[in-house]
Design a protein around this ligand. Sequence first.
Ligand SMILES: [Zn+2]
Length: 283
Amino acid sequence: MKKCILCSKEEDVSLLKKVKGIEIYACSNCQLGFLDEKGLKKQRSLKISYTPDEYEKQECKLRRRFLELSEVIRLYKKSGRVLDLGAGFGLFASILQEKGYDLTVVEPANDPFYVKKGAKIYKKTFENFFKTNRQKFDVIIMMDIIEHLINPLQALLQAKSSLSEGGIIVIQTPNFQSLMAKMCKDWSWWMVEDHKFFFTPQSLSAMAGGAGLREVFSKTYEDFPDFKKNLDGNFSGIRNKFFKKAYKGIYFILFFSFYLAFRKFLWKNNFGGLIFSIYKKNV
Ligand SMILES: [Zn+2]
């Protein structure tokens, strides 16, 4: 039997799906998805790497998205010290630097080359960073990392202990109950090579609540090109090029006119592909 780390229950956990031979379980009580121990062992043989080239190709799109998100952060914390955990190549962190925040970055694997001078950069794991860290931060960023961690609840507790009075924790993670996840045969964020946990707005809130955090903002959203790219996988079974093109064309026109008209409504109702939430310490 598999146990949910949030509810500690076994009876609510069932097999959600199998991706590349790895089983993903989900808890029907809190909506947390996860790989079990056997899955984690298998995962180690499926290593992938993120290359800066691929990232740079998407830079324009990401910069636009990050600018929008940084404006949301500014509504809750206008200035102060930012800690970006798992900053990757550092694009989002560099945008926060441009907005005048004082930046500290912890990134164990990648070179955060976008980050400008003046930032403190720690090339170590979060665990090692928190072991010796005595500083407090006004904004702690956890963008697209919580799903990669062996113990996300512990990471939230550690982040909370480094939060200043009135500080905020910003989390982004994929939403496995999104329209994208449901419609796309090969939803790219079922990335079993690297993702250990899968969230919905409900399970992310539940986990943050378990760490003594209170949600002050939450939205779901996704980028149109991401959705389109993910949907492409649905047509991989059609061999005839002409039929494939025609079928895809009709499908895209019909679906995307519906989607573009209603996406704000879908996002509001938690069907967006990504969850973006802001938390404060419980008082
Ligand atoms: Zn649960």
